[in-house]
Design a protein around this ligand. Sequence first.
Ligand code: ATP
Ligand code: MG
Length: 375
Amino acid sequence: MDDTEYHRLLGMGESAFETLEEHLERRNYEGRTYRHLSDARHGVERGTALIAGEVVRGFPKISRTLVLAEGIPTRFADRCDRIAVEEKLNGYNVRAARIDGDVLAFSRSGIVCPFTTRVLDRLVDLEALFEAYPRAMVCGEMIGPENPYTAHDYPDVDSLTFRAFDWRDRVSGDPLAVEQRRERYDRFEVPQTRLFGTYAVGDAADDVRSIVDDLDADGREGVVMKSPDGTEQLKYTTSASNRGDLAYAFSLPFDYGKPFMFRRLIREGFQTVEWDESDDVARDRAHELGEAILLSMRETIRTVADGDAVGERHTVRASPETVDVLLEHLRGQGLQIEIEADRREDGDRVCTFCKRTQSTNDRTENYLEGHIVRE
Ligand code: ATP
Ligand code: MG
């Protein structure tokens, strides 16, 4: 199919599509060339992929509120009376779509992930769903350990697993209503994220606050609030999640962007004020925040001082072929991968590898050697 069709599928003019095209990156998946958009442009979502004459829309960016009581009505009051509150899971985003008969898993930025494509095929049977709804885009989070991208554990998840949280038309990007989506996933026996309930917009903040308290106590990430028709979303995260992210970022301080860290610190500031914490409670929060930052940094500096390297360590468990294509995929993206352990278990390959984080290793070493900084 030529580009004329793509602009129509995207609902844009030919000349606008031409400008968009300059930002598309070309890639290859198993002999099939495709293009994807790794940043939102011209009103087209980041992660949109053009493949085999088909469009797979990116998953929309979800805005955040720092203050529940004000943010919820600001976002929803003129659009709906009630909101659905679902758990926000901490893993990595995946969109599954059927292209030319194959179910492919797209990453947040629109890359076909060979690992997730294969693992998903093992985890959930999407055949009947795509038979009935060929234009479906199954959106969800891959959670749990044993994956090459994120590191957050859930008590009841031993290895990597999938939870659906959205269902969209892959061409238009339009979502199903929350209730309809949940019914359909139930019908096709696809596991889903938790729905806490639906609440009146006017007094949802209190309910969300108590849900967030429980999630926080369990070390879970937070909530995504949605208009019943699925078109509006708003996220809010727990202090445990902010701390977890900060601890991780400060364990690789020169590889994580400073804005990443700053944003999480600011969230803590607004949460302690909105929740009207006493001096004692705020001091406990400050203490935990400080520990998250300092202790992880200390460990990293000590590791480098001992002559060892730090990096992002992951273990994956999959068929030997899947692990092979994954390592090739990661190296193809310019990552430096070192294999640290590799064994077979029940026919699977269980491989631990480390993504080298060069800046943290180099700069930590320099500072330890007495490098003088002008600051
Ligand atoms: P981006 O918004 O670009 O994905 P981010 O890292 O800022 O990047 P998050 O802060 O993790 O994103 O929040 C948005 C992501 O949350 C979604 O992209 C999705 O992968 C994930 N998510 C987890 N649970 C849900 C849920 N129930 N509903 C919607 N999204 C969810
Ligand atoms: Mg996330």
